[in-house]
Design a protein around this ligand. Structure first.
Ligand code: NDP
Length: 256
């Protein structure tokens, strides 16, 4: 297995899955030449700083995905780092889940709903839009017609909890704010995938499993290392068959 993407941008890289993406990408047999790790507060992201100190491919940029000026600055910085190579892979990982609320009809608020849509959907769409020229550059350099993450791709880190089919069948109630936002992210994935297919950009939503992170909690069955190891194998193999789809960490297509 290997990912051949030479230039990669990961959002939400301060901790949890985003940090582990960065760590394991560096351990691939063919690690990226440029790996931009975006996080809200680089000074506080000590584990990420350590990775950057020991590997020159890692470039840390300050990015709150809700802030348009920071997105613009990030794209400028990424453009400078990647140059003529363009950007092969954008991993839209940053996300939130307020667990203080059960998120049933009785307690959900407008503010909480809007916040989740802002971070988990709108920001992923805006990141994809702003990175588009860099993704197009990478895509245009490839001689191949096939879609792949080594050529040009956007991976939306989504969640099985956004699957209407599965929640309707047997899934737990609650967290309406989070689940609706991930369902909307999946729709964005479908639309972007169809729009960008002809310019050679793959767009896929990926469920990383229920993982022991701050968000997933210690009750989660999966460790971070295991989740990201499988996610990377799946991302490395992703192509036409997963374009516009929600897939899990093993590469299985999940129902929307
Ligand atoms: P964590 O809560 O552990 O980490 C979330 C990351 O997102 C942090 O790096 C955080 O940065 C960042 N983030 C939050 N808001 C913003 C923002 N406005 N701008 C930039 N970065 C932001 O979560 P996970 O690592 O578990 O989750 C990562 C992704 O995986 C999310 O999209 C989540 O929905 C998804 N997911 C996770 C599952 C799990 O079981 N863990 C299951 C299914 C999906 P900071 O440190 O600054 O707060």
């Amino acid at each position: 297995m290997s990912i051949w993407a030479k230039t990669i941008l990961v959002t939400g890289a301060s901790r949890g899955l985003g940090l582990e993406f960065v760590r394991q990408l560096l351990e691939l047999p063919t690690p990226p030449e440029v790996l931009i790790a975006a996080c809200r507060d680089p000074e506080k992201a000590e584990n990420l700083q350590r990775l950057a100190k020991s590997n020159r491919a890692v470039k840390i940029v300050k990015l709150d995905v809700e802030k348009d000026d920071e997105i613009d600055k990030t794209v400028e910085v990424v453009s400078n780092y990647v140059g003529e190579r363009g950007l092969n892979l954008l991993i839209n990982n940053a996300g939130i889940l307020y667990k203080q609320l059960p998120g049933n009809i009785a307690d959900v608020t407008r503010e909480i709903m809007q916040k989740h849509f802002s971070v988990n959907v709108t920001s992923q769409v805006m990141m994809s839009q702003k990175c588009l020229p860099l993704l197009l550059k990478a895509s245009s350099l490839s001689g191949s017609n096939e879609l792949s993450t080594s050529k040009a791709a956007v991976i939306m880190i989504s969640a099985i909890r956004g699957s209407q089919t599965l929640i309707n069948a047997e899934g737990p109630l609650g967290f309406i704010h989070y689940k609706c936002s991930k369902t909307a992210l999946d729709m964005a994935t479908v639309l972007l995938a169809r729009e960008l297919r002809d310019v050679g950009i793959l767009v896929t939503a990926l469920h990383p499993g229920w993982v022991k992170t701050d968000m997933g909690s210690s009750e989660a069955p999966l460790g971070i290392e295991e989740s990201i190891r499988d996610c990377l194998q799946t991302i490395g193999r992703a192509g036409e068959e997963s374009n516009g789809k929600l897939i899990d960490l093993k590469g299985n297509i999940l129902p929307y």
